[in-house]
Design a protein around this ligand. Structure first.
Ligand SMILES: Cc1cc2nc3c(=O)[nH]c(=O)nc-3n(C[C@H](O)[C@H](O)[C@H](O)COP(=O)(O)OP(=O)(O)OC[C@H]3O[C@@H](n4cnc5c(N)ncnc54)[C@H](O)[C@@H]3O)c2cc1C
Length: 434
C-alpha cells in the first residue's frame, strides 16, 4: 500500500590505545613516548591530520610538490574504508573488501610517515599537535577530520541502543555492515525508513542513491516491502529530476518520498520514527543525523564563531581563519567561508591538492597559486545504471569565495554511466592512495 503525504500521519511507526608508525625512518611503537615531543623536527615539515579523502591526498601531493619536505600523516584507523561505493555494499552489489584499502603505498612510494594514533590538542603558537602517541612539531598543519553526527538533534537517538538500532552508515565501516545485515534479515513485507538530514551534510546525493539501491534490493528479494524516504529538506537536494524519474520507472510501489519530514524522535524499543509529518513503524531504519565538522575540529579550537558547526577557512589557500599555518580541508570546511562546493570526496581530494600546494609554496617562500577544484559524483539507481552531476570550481576575486565555473547533470541514466562510476572510483582511489 502506498503511503501518500496526506495519509502519512495515520501510520504508526571509536579509541586507539597504542600507535604505530609506517614509512621511511619509522619510529617503532615501542620507541614512542606517551607524552612529550616524538619524532623531533629536523627540517621543513608538514603534518596532516586525518588520513581520509582530503588528508591522504594532501600528504601525497605535498611530497610530490617538494620531496625535501617531511610529511607526517596522523590517522586513528589503520584501514581506509571508502564511503564512495559503500552504498553498493548496502545494496548487495559490492562487499566491504571492495572498499577497504591500506595506506601502505603512501609510505612506500612517497616516504610519508604515517602515525596511527589519535590527535587530541593543538598549540598553534608552539606549532605542535598533541596525539595519544606524543606531541609532534610542525611548520604547516593540514587538517581533514571529516564529519561527526549530531545525535542530540533527534530525541531518543543519543544512546547506544538507538545508535545500534538505527545505523547512520555515513562513515563507512561497521555501520555499513550493520545496515546491510538488517536489510538481509528483514522479513518480506517490511518497512524500511531512510531519514535524510538537513543540509549541509556529506555527499548530497548519497542518501538518494542509497534509497534507490535499497529499493532495488527490496524489489528483488523482499516482496511486498517498501522504503519510505523522509527528508528534512523540502526536496531532493541533488540530481532530483533524475532520481525521481528512476524511482517512478523502477520503484513506483516500493519507494515513497516524503519531503519536509525531519525526524524529531526515534524509539529504539519499538522502531517508531517520529517526523514533522507523523509517525512510521519501521522494521529497519537508517537514520542519518544532522552533521557537523569532525569532533577534532572543535577539540583543536578551529571553530571561529560560537555557533559554528564547520570550520571557516580562506577560500584561496584553505588556511583556517583562526590559526596561521593551519589549513582545513574536506567535509569539515564551512561553505559560508569557502564557497558553494559540495561536501564530497572529489572536492576533499581537490582541496587536499590546493592546501598541499599552498602549504609547500609558502613554506618555500613562494606565493600560493589560484585554486581550482572539480567534482563529479555518480549515483547508481539500480545494479547497472547511474546518473551523475559534474562541476568545476574557481576562485572569485570579488566575493573571495570558490564559485562554480561550469557544471551540469547527466541527461539521463545509463549503463555506460554505471561503468564510468566504477572507473571513477578506481581512478580516484589510486590518486589518493596509489
Ligand atoms: C554513502 C556515501 C557515499 C559517498 N559517495 C561519494 C561519491 O560517490 N563521490 C564523492 O566524491 N564523495 C562521496 N561521498 C563523500 C565522501 O566520502 C566525503 O566527502 C569524504 O570522505 C570527505 O573527506 P574528508 O577527508 O573530509 O573526511 P574523511 O574521508 O571522513 O576522513 C577523515 C579522517 O580523519 C580521521 N580523524 C578524524 N579525527 C581524527 C583524530 N583526532 N585523530 C586521528 N584521525 C582522525 C578519521 O579517522 C578519518 O579517516 C560519499 C559519502 C557517503 C557517506
Amino acid at each position: 500500500m502506498s503511503i501518500t503525504r496526506r495519509n502519512f500521519i495515520k501510520y504508526t511507526f571509536a579509541a586507539v590505545a597504542g600507535a604505530s608508525v609506517l614509512g621511511h625512518s619509522a619510529v617503532a611503537p615501542a620507541a614512542q613516548k606517551t607524552s612529550g615531543i616524538i619524532m623531533p623536527k629536523k627540517g621543513k615539515r608538514i603534518v596532516v591530520l586525518g588520513g581520509g579523502w582530503g588528508g591522504c591526498t594532501a600528504a601525497k601531493y605535498a611530497r610530490m610538490e617538494d620531496p625535501k619536505v617531511e610529511v607526517i600523516l596522523i590517522e586513528r584507523d589503520p584501514k581506509f574504508i571508502s564511503c564512495p561505493i559503500s552504498n553498493l555494499v548496502i545494496g548487495g552489489q559490492k562487499t566491504m573488501k571492495d572498499i577497504t584499502f591500506t595506506r601502505d603505498k603512501l609510505a612506500k612510494n612517497y616516504g610519508i610517515k604515517i602515525v596511527y594514533t589519535e590527535a587530541t590538542a593543538l598549540d598553534a603558537v608552539k606549532k605542535t599537535l598533541t596525539t595519544k602517541a606524543g606531541t609532534i612539531e610542525y611548520d604547516k598543519l593540514i587538517v581533514s577530520p571529516g564529519i561527526s553526527y549530531d545525535y542530540d538533534a533527534i530525541e531518543g537517538l543519543n544512546n547506544a541502543a538507538a545508535i545500534k538500532k538505527f545505523p547512520a552508515a555515513f562513515k563507512a565501516g561497521a555501520e555499513t555492515v550493520a545496515l546491510r545485515e538488517k536489510l538481509v534479515a528483514m522479513k518480506p513485507g517490511g518497512v524500511v525508513v531512510l531519514a535524510v538530514p538537513p543540509v549541509p551534510y556529506r555527499c548530497p546525493p548519497g542518501p538518494y542513491e542509497r534509497a534507490s539501491l535499497i529499493a532495488n534490493f527490496l524489489k528483488k528479494y523482499k516482496k511486498g516491502s517498501k522504503i519510505i524516504v523522509v527528508d528534512a529538506n523540502d526536496d531532493v537536494t541533488s540530481k532530483g529530476p533524475l532520481f525521481k524519474k528512476a524511482w517512478a520507472d523502477y520503484y513506483k510501489d516500493i519507494l515513497e518520498y516524503i519531503p519536509d519530514a525531519a525526524v524529531t524522535k526515534v524509539d529504539a524499543s519499538t522502531g517508531v520514527i517520529t517526523t514533522e509529518q507523523g509517525e512510521i513503524k519501521s522494521d529497519v531504519a537508517n537514520i542519518i543525523p544532522t552533521m557537523t565538522a569532525g569532533k577534532s575540529a572543535f577539540d583543536l579550537g578551529l571553530m571561529n564563531k560560537p555557533d559554528d558547526k564547520f570550520v571557516r577557512a580562506d577560500a584561496y589557500t584553505l588556511e583556517s581563519y583562526n590559526f596561521k599555518d593551519v589549513y582545513v580541508i574536506g567535509d569539515a570546511t564551512h561553505n559560508g567561508a569557502v564557497g558553494g562546493v559540495p561536501k564530497s570526496g572529489y572536492v576533499a581530494n581537490s582541496m587536499g591538492k590546493v592546501a598541499a600546494s599552498a602549504a609547500v609554496r609558502t613554506l618555500n617562500g613562494q606565493e600560493p597559486l589560484a585554486p581550482s577544484l572539480i567534482n563529479t559524483c555518480y549515483s547508481m539507481v539500480n545494479d547497472d545504471e547511474a546518473i551523475f552531476v559534474a562541476a568545476s570550481y574557481k576562485y572569485d576575486d570579488v566575493s573571495k569565495r570558490i564559485i562554480s565555473a561550469s557544471g551540469g547533470t547527466s541527461p539521463e541514466r545509463s549503463v555506460l554511466f554505471g561503468k564510468h562510476a566504477e572507473d571513477w572510483a578506481l581512478g580516484i582511489w589510486n590518486d589518493i592512495l596509489g
